[in-house]
Design a protein around this ligand. Structure first.
Ligand code: CO
Length: 210
């Protein structure tokens, strides 16, 4: 078998040389610290790379990715990323970015067993159940999946707002906006779902934490 991964290491050397030819101090500057303004919570899908699709550079975006861009309250990985991003890096914006054609979302619409991942997909099924009236009114399967992708993003934005990490930041009057976006793998464009959370008032009162 050809060692295809060698190509990645070769690419890396070329990338380093390119960066240094533009700015000889490029890595010296990046090595000092990071001050990203954004936390990106996206899908692990290989077609949705946070930096490339937003025209951002190393140092610009703190990134967390998992299957179907989920914000699950018992996920220590997500919570640790969120806590560090908000409390230490003090990012100003958190973007949950889903994407049309998401395999995780489509699998969650099925009744098949897929194995271990079913436990993860069940959180998406909860979103389906919450919005079943709207979703059941959509006949076309692809349109229904697209809408579930959007609703799932909106729910994940809400779930971010429910965390004590985000609510405590708002209480400190730390500027922190939550956004919900969907990327379209077919044309490369990002749609802003206009779910902008800026404070606890944007959440149902049962989730308000004193
Ligand atoms: Co996906």
């Amino acid at each position: 078998m050809e060692k295809s991964y060698h190509k990645l290491l070769d690419n890396n050397k070329k990338w380093v040389a390119d960066q240094l030819s533009i700015d000889p101090t490029y890595f010296d500057k990046l090595a000092q610290s990071q001050h990203p303004e954004y936390l990106w919570i996206g899908c692990s899908d290989s077609r949705v790379p946070a930096n490339q699709i937003t025209g951002t550079q190393p140092g610009d975006v703190f990134v967390h990715r998992n299957i179907a861009n989920m914000v699950i309250h018992s996920d220590m990985n997500m919570l640790s990323v969120l806590s560090y991003a908000v409390e230490v890096l003090k990012v100003k914006h958190i973007i949950v970015c889903g994407h049309y054609g998401c395999g995780g979302v489509m699998a969650a619409m099925e009744n098949k067993q897929f194995g271990l991942i079913d436990n993860w997909l069940r959180h998406i099924k909860d979103v389906y159940r919450l919005h079943y009236k709207e979703l059941n009114s959509i006949q076309d399967k692809k349109q229904k999946a697209d809408r579930l992708v959007e609703l799932n993003v909106i729910e994940q934005v809400q779930d971010l707002g429910k965390t004590s990490i985000v609510q405590n930041a708002w209480k400190r009057e730390q500027p922190l906006h939550l956004h919900g976006w969907v990327y379209d793998v077919k044309d490369g464009l990002i749609k802003d779902l206009d779910v902008n959370f800026k404070g606890t008032d944007d959440l149902h009162s049962v989730f308000h934490l004193d």
